[in-house]
Design a protein. Structure first.
Length: 405
């Protein structure tokens, strides 16, 4: 395990490098998130991390968990009840279309490419596992790009709602796959997943209401510590109760915003000052945890997973948005903005090893997901930026159009 001194040294070098890469990306007009990931990859074990004998130790897990919790809180607070009433049908249709589309496309591709059996696990079962893991989208990269370019409009609102909901779809699909693996009855597996999701939302909802009540009696300088404490509490209680930490944090933000009404900036403006630091920490550390050797070892499967998931997201999002009555720019560009994948997918891949019927293939699943995640972490933010720009929702694009009138 890393000594405290080496951890501080490594984290300082990592964040400074990420900051410099981010500044360069801003000058070139590229999303800073992708630059943070590239900076982190430079310090992975196969590159500078091995040469300098520094690595991401056990300290990285709690650090990235807290960062992801803060990001989830901001996502939850970005979705208002008014938005859901106006675009709820479109968000639900889009979510089901893109998540199920990705799951089916990846499942089909893996069923064709995988050998008949790996480690005692059948091709069909393994393909289903890959399909379930393909459903979630990484909210961190999405919200980072949205905030960097001050994006607003139907696509931006739908994108926030979809990334908040498709994690739940992924959890349900994963529960069905583990049930099929013989761990429990199908009804029991789905029921357990629904209970976990409901419990996470209930926990976040209760804590969010309490946070909104307390915020009315706290001076401005203490609001940021109050919010951070609430996020940590939501994450900690969810972990103890074996609930979804991400969904609990999202529900916390949504409930707090809904409960406090017009005074919502009290609970979100202070946290938004920290968001760039949170993004810098999360994405550089995540990049340093990847091993580029994974891309070489399983390059064929990694590319197949990545391309099949992309095709499923784009096609499924277009179909789901059309059925949900979403505006044309949402149908056309939503799928391209859903490429990013990270925390939830990696968590599900790691969980594969906990099920005896799937343990024999757990290593290959994790390697393929890590390799694909590296590709999406770099290409995803660029795709989100392109989709928002084409939809005319980036701040600079909107400003240009309004100035030309």
């Amino acid at each position: 395990m890393d000594s405290p001194n080496s951890v501080h040294f490594f984290l300082g070098i990592l964040l400074l490098t990420g900051l410099l890469f981010g500044l360069l990306a801003s000058r070139l007009g590229w999303p800073r998130v992708a630059a943070y990931v590239v900076a982190g990859v430079l310090f992975s074990p196969s590159l500078l991390g091995g040469l300098l004998e520094i690595r991401v130790g056990d300290w990285a897990d709690p650090l990235t968990t807290v960062a992801l919790g803060i990001i989830a809180y901001l996502i939850g607070g970005s979705i208002t009840t008014g938005q859901l009433r106006r675009t709820g049908r479109g968000i639900i249709g889009s979510t089901l279309g893109e998540s199920l589309g990705a799951a089916l496309a990846v499942c089909g591709a893996m069923a064709l490419l995988l050998p008949l059996e790996i480690g005692g696990v059948s091709t069909l079962l393994l393909a289903l596992a890959f399909g379930a893991i393909a459903a979630p989208t990484a909210p961190a990269a999405t919200i980072a790009v949205l905030h960097q370019y001050r994006a607003q409009g139907p696509l931006s609102s739908t994108l926030l709602g979809v990334t908040a909901l498709d994690d739940a779809v992924g959890v349900i699909l994963f529960a069905i796959v583990t049930a099929l693996a013989g761990m429990s009855s199908l009804a029991g597996g789905v029921g357990g997943a629904l209970l976990e999701i409901a419990g996470s939302i209930l926990l976040g909802g209760i804590l969010g209401y309490g946070l909104s009540r307390m915020a009315r009696h706290v001076i401005r300088d203490l609001r940021l510590p109050l919010v951070i404490a609430a996020i940590l509490l939501a994450i900690g209680v969810a972990e103890r109760l074996e609930l979804s930490e991400l969904l609990a944090a999202m529900a916390l933000g949504f409930s707090a915003r809904a409960s406090i009404g017009a005074a919502g900036d009290r609970l979100f403006a202070p946290v938004e000052y920290l968001e760039e630091l949170v993004f810098l920490v999360f994405f550089t550390v995540a990049g340093a945890m990847f091993d580029p050797a994974v891309l070489v070892q399983h390059l064929g499967l990694v590319l197949a997973y990545y391309l099949a998931r992309l095709a499923g997201k784009v096609g499924g999002a277009a179909a789901g948005a059309h059925l949900g009555g979403a505006p044309p720019q949402v149908r056309r560009w939503l799928g391209l903005a859903l490429i990013p994948q990270a925390g939830v997918a990696i968590g599900l891949a790691l969980a594969i090893g906990q099920y005896p019927a799937l343990q024999g293939a757990s290593e290959i699943v994790l390697n393929v997901i890590l390799g694909s995640t590296l590709l999406t972490a770099i290409s995803g933010p660029v795709a989100v930026r392109f989709a928002l720009s084409r939809a005319g929702e980036c701040g600079d694009v909107r400003k240009g159009r309004s100035g030309s009138k």
